[in-house]
Write a protein that binds this ligand. Structure first.
Ligand code: APR
Length: 251
């Protein structure tokens, strides 16, 4: 459990900051019952990411790639935002959160109501044909009949997410770098800081003079090096309490 004085410290930092940006990772969605990638129960315990999540596997062995993708799609299509997602949406509405850079492909920040969301690794909510580009919502593809095929040309389809071996979309990368360079406070929530270039955003922010605060159930490679302090606890609980304290400070 996170102590009240730690929540107060973060709430003060949010109220005092002229520009706050959040970077979120899989830990943000754990309370929405989406498994993280690394650690016990993580997706990568079951599937080797470089194999199942690589773009060349999707091209050359689509059935293999879709074994993992259909599992992810099922999990994500039924997931709902939790109190932490809604707290971030309210912070944006209050003018206290400029944007979220998310590595998550579940789309839950948008569902919760955040408008300024940079989906660094794309999302799994739609798929596009690799031949003709025809796009459909993921809910429209038959996940029991893999690999799915394009309804128009029967070509192979790919979720609109970034695979291993693919570049980060230019727009997401430049916007994220910009937001990181000009923020005064960066909240790093539920990410293990393992995958670059997303993991370099806190370093960019820190290098440009921003305060960096982590919310995570465990310490990461940022802790004690990049982050000024860490609130050790589940994202939902910490963000809900922080929002309540922010509102109290402003009342
Ligand atoms: N609240 C906050 N943090 C949590 C919670 C929780 N309830 N549960 C787990 N965590 C933390 C873990 O301690 C860990 O630091 O979330 C982090 C999850 O780390 P990863 O599973 O490595 O996820 P992420 O950092 O988002 O991975 C980055 O790697 O595999 C690729 O493309 C994939 O976007 C992903 C990227």
């Amino acid at each position: 459990m996170v102590a009240d004085n730690e929540i107060l410290r973060l709430a003060r930092d949010i109220v005092d900051s002229k520009k706050t940006v959040a970077l979120t990772g899989a830990g943000m969605s754990v309370e929405s019952e989406i498994a993280p990638f690394r650690g016990p129960g993580g997706l990568w315990e079951k599937y080797n990411p470089e194999e199942y999540g690589h773009i060349s596997t999707l091209r050359n062995e689509p059935e293999k790639a879709w074994i993992m993708l259909s599992e992810m799609e099922r999990e994500i299509l039924k997931a709902k935002p939790h109190k932490g997602h809604y707290a971030l949406a309210e912070l944006e509405q209050l003018g206290l959160l400029s944007s979220i850079i998310t590595q998550n492909v579940d789309g839950l920040h948008r569902v919760a109501g955040n408008k300024e969301v940079i989906e660094f690794h794309g999302h799994l909510q739609s798929v596009s044909c690799m031949d003709c580009g025809h796009q459909v919502p993921s809910s429209a593809i038959p996940l029991d009949d893999i690999p799915p095929r394009c309804e128009k040309c029967k070509g192979p389809v790919k979720p609109d997410a970034v695979f291993f071996g693919e570049a980060i979309p230019y727009d997401a990368l430049t916007r994220s770098n910009h937001e990181s360079r000009i923020c005064q406070l960066m909240l790093v929530i539920g990410t293990s800081a393992n995958v670059f270039p997303a993991a370099s955003m806190p370093e960019v922010a820190k290098g440009a003079g921003s305060k960096v605060v982590e919310i995570n159930v465990s310490e990461t490679a940022f802790t004690g090096r990049i982050s000024d302090y860490i609130l050790k606890g589940p994202a939902g609980e910490v963000l809900e309490k922080t929002l309540a304290k922010v509102k109290e400070l402003r009342s």
